[in-house]
Design a protein. Structure first.
Length: 400
């Protein structure tokens, strides 16, 4: 969001200077007039969002460490500027260190912490920015940062579980491709030359595999180029709005993957809503921030409908239940929380429950996928080996 630097005079004739964060120049003017200030100058500052193309990104674990250290220093009585000075010198992530340096410099110039951080929105998520802004207003910035540290630590663990579960299947898939490529490139041509030199009659299966082997050896560059083109087209399609939506719809419909995705979405929704509600963020703003972390176009569209329904006067549990996006447990927890006034606590417990369910679901999916991949690998390798030995079996039978 743009930052505007102003110079204004109030009804008593006092001149003041400062900065405002607003969506447009008109909104900034309106904010000044609401404060009974008449703007003398109003200029938009350049947004110096930092992008380091070749440096590693900022992960949830880095944000968790940043928030944890920041919270500890604030709790120890160190002021914000000194905290930022210490953090910019000791953080290990290069990109985050440069961003914190930029925040430090802008706070020195008179910006609030949230305004300085908003200048680097590519690094700091909207969830963090909203909560830090609320913490500045309420005077509970240290507690807010502590909650954010816990939130991003759990988010990192959840993401890491999913990534770890994909490692073994990917290794198996690469192994299958490697074994088949080796057989077709080196082993099959040797057998083909043996069969041809001895004028052996080859079955249709063997001829088919030898044909694939010959094509692969003669036109390997076409095969590789075709694979690269397919991968490129697939990437571009999934980046397009239509492709992204289609992929997200598939994630919510495929067996096994559907169940796991629903649990991941439920865990993120419950944790983020709980974190924002306990920090005093308004409900509608919380819903908007939650939509930004769910990472699914279909669910984001559903969250917009929930936002509109709540803005129209419904309680949160009604549109959440009607959306069909979340398990019944989430709806029931919200409903009970609305009646007892403990929605944030119950959602936090629901998030922990679904974190455990995700881990169990990943283990179950992996246990099903591993034997399936081994069977597929055995079938493909067996198919190639049988095609190689069929002529030898026929020749041995002829000698009998």
């Amino acid at each position: 969001m743009p930052i505007f630097r102003y110079k204004a005079i109030n009804t008593t004739g006092t001149v003041s200077e400062g900065t405002l964060t607003a969506a447009s120049r008109g909104e900034a003017l309106g904010m000044l007039r609401q404060r009974d200030n008449h703007p003398l100058t109003l200029e938009q500052e350049e947004n110096r969002d930092i992008h380091l193309k070749f440096s590693k990104g900022v992960k949830p674990r880095d944000l968790a460490l940043f928030c944890k250290q920041f919270s500890s220093m604030l709790n120890a009585g160190i002021n914000i500027l000194n905290c930022l000075d210490i953090l910019r010198n000791q953080l290990t992530n290069k990109r985050l260190r440069m961003v914190v340096t930029d925040v430090y410099e802008n706070v020195q110039k008179g910006l609030t912490l949230s305004e300085a951080m908003r200048r680097n929105r590519s690094v700091f998520p909207d969830l963090m920015l909203s909560m830090i802004s609320a913490g500045e207003v309420s005077g509970t910035l240290d507690n807010i940062l502590k909650r954010l540290a816990v939130h991003y630590e759990k988010e990192y663990k959840l993401t890491n579980k999913v990534k770890s579960a994909l490692v073994y299947p990917i290794i198996l898939l690469i192994a299958v491709i490697g074994v088949v490529a080796f057989l077709l490139t080196f082993i099959m041509p040797t057998f083909a030359s043996l069969f041809t030199s001895n004028n052996m009659e080859m079955p249709a299966l063997t001829q088919f595999v030898i044909g694939i082997s010959n094509f692969f050896n003669q036109y390997w560059y076409i095969v590789i180029l075709t694979i690269l083109i397919i991968v490129y087209i697939a990437q571009q399609y999934t980046k397009s709005p239509e492709g992204r939506r289609h992929l997200d719809e598939v994630k919510l419909k495929l067996p096994i993957v559907k169940d796991l995705n629903e649990k991941i979405i439920a865990a993120r929704f419950a944790r983020t809503m709980s974190t924002m509600m306990v920090s005093g963020i308004p409900l509608l703003q919380s819903i908007d921030s939650v939509a930004g972390v769910l990472n699914n176009v279909v669910v984001v569209e559903g969250m917009k409908k929930i936002h509109d329904a709540v803005r129209g006067g419904q309680i949160l549990s009604e549109p959440v239940g009607a959306s069909g996006l979340f398990p019944p447990m989430i709806t029931n927890m919200i409903k009970i929380g609305e009646e007892s006034g403990t929605t944030d606590e119950l959602l936090d417990k629901a998030a922990d429950f679904y974190d455990e369910e995700v881990e169990v679901g990943i283990q179950r999916a992996t246990s099903l996928f591993e034997p399936a991949m081994i069977i597929v690998m055995g079938f493909i390798v067996g198919f190639v080996v049988i095609s190689m030995y069929l002529p030898l079996f026929q020749m041995a039978k002829a000698f009998e």
